[in-house]
Design a binder for this molecule. Structure first.
Ligand code: CIR
Length: 252
């Protein structure tokens, strides 16, 4: 069974880092959004584990950034924001039960939000959070699992997956201008609707169903038009802290 590892929203979520958002997120509302998100995984038949939050780590709900699972290896990251570095420990404890662990070392930094796995290719975003050393350390893990790595420069958004979001095994929704789309090789692309710029985010529940942000209905229609069943969810407060749908889970 596919597992999803989540982490609760801390009471201190109103102190989460906000780089692109324009207001302070509300912790109580974010907790409700998080429960709805969790429920969708349960309904889809995932085996869901939820780690407790820690109030000294306001961004800990964004668990995706702390580890990248590629095949049998879990790479424990060194998050790009220094305030987030302690978030990795409980995640390593859980993933270490089922996976061989690799630990990113200085000077590497990498957030899991910059890693998109599509088929046999790992796309790695070079962003304000993920540097070249982090990408090279990820490349070694990918190579050990017979995966290729393609580095992609990221502009105007926090992470690669803020601008390039998988909606099928070989299709991504792209926010125009955030990446050089030639770097995406043979992936099919759908452009995020202009009036919904930065609002669409998605996580695949299975081959045919995709959970999407309710804030981008026109883009969701474009995804429905290629045959995907859409499961909209309101994550306004999560988005206020620059989060999307992938960032709330590690799927393995
Ligand atoms: C941060 O700035 O690190 C958090 N407020 C948002 C992280 C979102 N992570 C993700 O999309 N993978």
């Amino acid at each position: 069974m596919t597992r999803a590892l989540l982490r609760e929203v801390p009471d201190t979520f109103d102190r989460a880092i906000v780089t692109h958002g324009e207001r302070t997120p509300d912790p109580s509302l974010a907790k409700l959004e998080h429960s709805a998100y969790r429920k969708q995984f349960e309904l889809a038949g995932f085996d869901v584990d939820v780690l407790p939050a820690v109030n000294s780590q306001p961004d800990c709900v964004f668990i995706e950034d702390t580890a990248v699972v590629i095949g049998s290896i879990a790479l424990i990251t060194r998050p790009g924001a220094p305030s987030r570095r302690d978030e990795v420990d409980p995640v390593a404890d859980v993933l270490g039960l089922t996976h061989e662990l690799a630990h990113m070392v200085e000077p590497g930094t990498l957030d899991g939000g910059d890693v998109l796995q599509m088929g046999q290719t790992v796309y790695a975003g070079r962003s304000k959070r993920t540097n070249q050393s982090g990408i090279e350390q990820l490349r070694e893990v990918a190579a050990a699992q017979d995966m290729d790595l393609v580095a992609v420069d990221v502009a105007h958004v926090l992470h690669l997956k803020s601008g390039v979001m998988a909606v099928t095994q070989d299709t991504v929704v792209v926010t125009p201008g955030t990446v050089d789309e030639d770097r995406l090789g043979d992936l099919r692309t759908i452009h995020e609707s202009d009036e919904e710029r930065y609002r669409f985010s998605a996580v695949c529940l299975d081959g045919n169903r995709v959970m999407v942000t309710a804030a981008a209905p026109r883009t969701a229609e474009l995804v429905a038009a290629i045959g995907q069943e859409i499961v909209p969810i309101d994550v306004t407060e999560i988005q206020a802290a620059d989060g999307g749908l992938t960032c709330l889970s590690i799927i393995y």
